[in-house]
Write a protein that binds this ligand. Structure first.
Ligand SMILES: C[S@@+](CC[C@H](N)C(=O)[O-])C[C@H]1O[C@@H](n2cnc3c(N)ncnc32)[C@H](O)[C@@H]1O
Length: 206
């Protein structure tokens, strides 16, 4: 799953992962975050960023596709500016800033302001080796306390061709060893004859 895979998905409009409403787990759990700055890695154009903003959080999204970044602001009627910063194009509005480029290159000064992370369809969008790298990046780049709201999927290995990939609880506890983690919600439903469990975790690095 290289950059071209996702850039092409956005160009062809193959964005079945995008939801036209807030994720129910965000409406239920977003208020848990300490007031500050919520980072949304691999954000696409998720409306959940608007929800965090409505709670008074500053929001920083990171997304490879310029189509996703531009559409987010246009479709939601939000005024924005565009500028180049190092390897990124930065789309900026009053309370939501989208860094368009590779998550793994996000500048350290951006990381320094992050107090919370919202992960929906980010960790599960990545193959196993990159998931390890992704969690290691979060662990090492944010040295001060940080909270994570993580929505993950689990299904019998091989029954669905990812992404989204199945990420079991054991793997989450393993890649986020530096965090205290708690499973706060779990729901199972049948998707095309396969039982898929959506689990919500609250992680905290003191
Ligand atoms: C499955 S989508 C989920 C989008 C969003 N989180 C949501 O819930 O709608 C994964 C997104 O990650 C983006 N992406 C993949 N690899 C990335 C990377 N290395 N850096 C930044 N964005 C990336 C893709 O372009 C895609 O929009």
């Amino acid at each position: 799953m290289n950059e071209d895979f996702w850039i092409n998905k956005w160009q062809k409009g193959e964005i079945g992962f995008h939801q036209a409403k807030y994720h129910p787990a965000v409406e239920k759990f977003a208020a848990r975050f300490t007031p500050g700055t919520v980072l949304v890695p691999l954000c696409g154009k998720t409306l959940d960023m608007l929800y965090f903003s409505s709670l008074g959080q500053s929001v920083i999204g990171v997304e490879l596709s310029p189509i996703a970044c531009r559409d987010f602001f246009i479709e939601n009627g939000i005024k924005f500016t565009e500028k180049s910063v190092k390897d990124f194009v930065v789309f900026e509005s009053e309370s939501i800033t989208l860094w368009c480029g590779d998550f793994f290159k996000l500048p350290q000064d951006v990381w320094n302001s992050v107090t919370g992370i919202y992960d929906r369809a980010a960790l599960v969008a990545l193959p196993e080796d990159i998931r390890q790298k992704y969690a290691a990046e979060i662990t090492k780049r944010r040295v001060a306390p940080v909270e994570i709201l993580l929505i993950s999927f689990e299904y019998p290995q091989g029954s669905i061709q990812g992404p989204p990939f199945s990420v079991p609880e054991t793997e989450i506890r393993n890649i986020y060893k530096a965090f205290e983690s708690k499973l706060i919600q779990s729901e199972t439903e049948e998707v095309r004859s396969t039982l898929v469990t959506e689990s919500v975790y609250w992680l905290h690095k003191p």
